[in-house]
Write a protein that binds this ligand. Sequence first.
Ligand SMILES: *Cc1c(COP(=O)(O)O)cnc(C)c1O
Length: 452
Amino acid sequence: MSSVNPQTKAWQDISQKHHLAPFSDYKDLRPRIITKAKGVYLWDSEGQKILDGMAGLWCTALGYGREELVEAASRQMRELPFYNTFFKTAHPPVLELARTIAEITPGNLNHLFFTGGGSEGNDTMLRLVRHYWASKGMPEKQIIISRKNAYHGSTVAGASLGGMKPMHEQGGLPIPGIVHIAQPYWFAEGGDLDEETFGIQVADELEKKIQALGENKIAAFIAEPIQGAGGVIVPPASYWPRIREILAKYDILFVADEVICGFGRTGEWFGSDYYGNQPDLMTIAKGLTSGYVPMGGLVVSDKVYQQIKEVGDFNHGFTYSGHPVAAAVALENIRILREENIVETVKTQTAPYFQKRLRELCAHPLVGEVRGVGLLGAIELVKDKASRTRYPEAQAVGMMCREHCFNNGLVMRAVGDTMIIAPPLVISKTEVDELVEKATLCLDLTQKQLGA
Ligand SMILES: *Cc1c(COP(=O)(O)O)cnc(C)c1O
């Protein structure tokens, strides 16, 4: 890429010299420098305008440049920029936010523990569920069952709960007491089974694992309603009903990681609403603040809360748990989501249109499957459609496509050879058209480069 702005190279040099970026190969890293954003668009330091098909990192629900969020932050900074919520203190924004989230979360999920992000939310979950069982006189209930290729964050507990092999390979993970069962990823792993049979088969692994390890050893099962970072893996329709049947038989807690699905992404407030699941705990982050400031949390049900409140201190917390500026921004974010009927609009207008337009890409010779729910989408790139055969890994077709996208003004992320999309919830139909048009062009360019 030739540079027009000399400042671009200067920034890239600083990156080489001083910045250790997340999930990056530092050798020859020359990052694209994003300098500003508005609505669903980003601009880089070369002046290129880019449609952000990934809502930042799944988080900018309201898009960029919402003055109300800026105002909420600056108002709170002037009033009370920081105070902690340890040792019998609190402040209005954290309390109002806790009440507001309890209003929109499903069922009896009424109690909030705030964190700096999703990983800390899942760390909190691990400690809290073990504390819960110990407080009930069952300290041996320690094991958390998760799934392969799940993403639950990057702290020691988060990465251990996650099922990402390349993460486990660094730092001696997973930590003890976490086991992984198969994921409901029919396109990649379903073989000759039809989708629904496969869904039942992988769900049954939960029951097999509970029986093999012993119900008396298992604390919880954690899952994203739809796996996000794993490749927008929408489970077969048979999967969640079967998981619910299994969970109903055993005394273990159910944790929904709603960091991506929460706050309207599926067209419902939470992915658990979309599937009719009733978790005992939910991890939240990302869309909670539209990413304008960092914040996450763990939502806890009445049942779990009633138990742990009987046994004294929960010895856990972060300096920035319930940070007043983050809480003020989250409150304003939720106010806008509600008052502008954004979740409802996703459900009735934007998502049906987005899903319909995206599925037109099925006709493309490079595309083996298009799937999605709400404003989540995935496009599987294949060498042969009928047999779902991929290109050799070394060809890195997904990365090739991603590069074409970036160079042509579209952020679409590659997970292996799965292209994934999660635009801001406020994307318009015209912008969806532009997204699909650009995606088509980039699929064409990828195919041309492959000489196929
Ligand atoms: C991003 C993500 C996390 C981690 O959140 P951070 O804020 O990066 O710590 C956890 N779970 C899911 C499902 C995520 O997508």
